[in-house]
Design a protein around this ligand. Structure first.
Ligand code: SAM
Length: 326
């Protein structure tokens, strides 16, 4: 396996996440990716990302200022998962002689193992970091590792950004990146056409019905019998950035206690657990929102999604001096 820096041991992460879950009744989305949750994510997510043409994205990347044959680049993937989303880009960049090193950061050791397997045949320099990307420890480690590079690109792919409360994740990125660093985010955009947006909304609201195996598996990972309650989705506008937010809950029929990782959680009759959140964005509002966190919009890439169920949109931002984005 490529070098793994353990910034936070996994048992500590699990304990932290569980304590938070017991307090908030809201599941940190990365709990699902620990242990076998990593494999099942890729099984149930389907083929969406494989349908996007990496060659088009590579052509987009090749035009960006950080991608230069005579400047070293640190390519940091936050929540890298199995690294499948970036593998072909990196392979091509390496083949064309761009000098870069890859840093895959994830809070799931299983995901890092999958990433190592995905990149096993690649010959570029790489390293994995087992860490929660919101921690000061990761920030310090990255500062030490990345200082020698001419440019730094942080990518957050696979819709990860949309799973977090937006001021929280934007604040994490604001703290992690330094002025001059680039940030590449992918999100699901609204169509801006009433009929298609209506269909997207209906689809997202029905996600537990559309992806029953994914949700059943999530419950099983928490040792909750799916028949002990019901799954439902709620749509609420996200006031921070005009995004549509879809949260999925499990409501207990009767009171019961279940063991989640290292501790017990008691649910009252009718009480709900928040399992997952996804978003669909109004792109202009996202740019405005990110500007308030010191991220200046540079350009965007809209992949041809062919027959996929919805669009994807990728934004490139550059971190500016503190307060300049306000
Ligand atoms: C939606 S998946 C996307 C994975 C990958 N980027 C892709 O496109 O397939 C989110 C990933 O982020 C990781 N993750 C979520 N929250 C995290 C956190 N706070 N710190 C580090 N990794 C996190 C999860 O373990 C998971 O691998």
């Amino acid at each position: 396996m490529a070098q793994v820096i353990v910034v936070s041991p996994e048992y500590e992460l699990e304990t932290d996440y569980l304590t938070e879950f017991q307090r908030t009744r809201k599941i940190r989305q990365n709990l699902f990716y620990l242990m076998d949750g990593a494999e099942s994510f890729y099984t149930y997510r389907g083929e969406d990302f494989k349908a996007l043409k990496w060659q088009d994205e590579y052509a987009f990347f090749a035009q960006q200022p950080f991608w230069q044959p005579d400047r070293t680049l640190a390519f940091v993937s936050l929540g890298c998962g199995n690294a499948g989303a970036e593998k072909m880009l990196l392979r091509q960049a390496h083949a064309e002689g761009y000098p870069f090193a890859y840093f895959g950061v994830d809070s799931s050791r299983t995901m890092l193992r999958l990433a190592d397997r995905t990149l096993a045949d690649e010959t570029f320099t790489r390293m994995f970091l087992l860490a929660d990307f919101s921690t000061a420890m990761l920030r310090q480690t990255l500062e030490e590792l990345l200082g020698i590079f001419d440019a730094r690109l942080y990518v957050m792919l696979g819709g990860t950004f949309g799973n977090f409360e937006q001021p929280v994740i934007a604040g994490i990125l604001q703290t992690l990146l330094t002025p001059g660093d680039y940030l590449y985010l992918d999100i699901v955009p609204l169509y801006g056409e009433p009929e298609r947006d209506q269909a997207l909304r209906a689809r997202l609201l029905q996600l537990p019905q559309n992806m029953p195996l994914f949700f059943t598996h999530l419950l099983e990972r928490l040792c909750i019998a799916p028949e002990a309650g019901e799954l439902y989705g709620v749509e609420t506008p996200d006031p921070d950035l005009e995004a549509w937010r879809y949260a999925y809950f499990f409501r207990a029929h009767d009171a019961f206690t279940f063991t989640c990782f290292l501790g017990d959680v008691a649910l009252k009759s009718g009480e709900s657990l928040e399992l997952l959140t996804v978003r669909a964005y109004e792109p202009e509002a996202l740019k405005t929102f990110m500007a308030t966190y010191d991220f200046e919009f540079v350009t965007e890439y809209i992949p041809d999604v062919g027959r996929l169920a919805h669009l994807w949109q990728r934004f490139l931002f550059r971190k500016v001096e503190i307060g300049n984005g306000k």
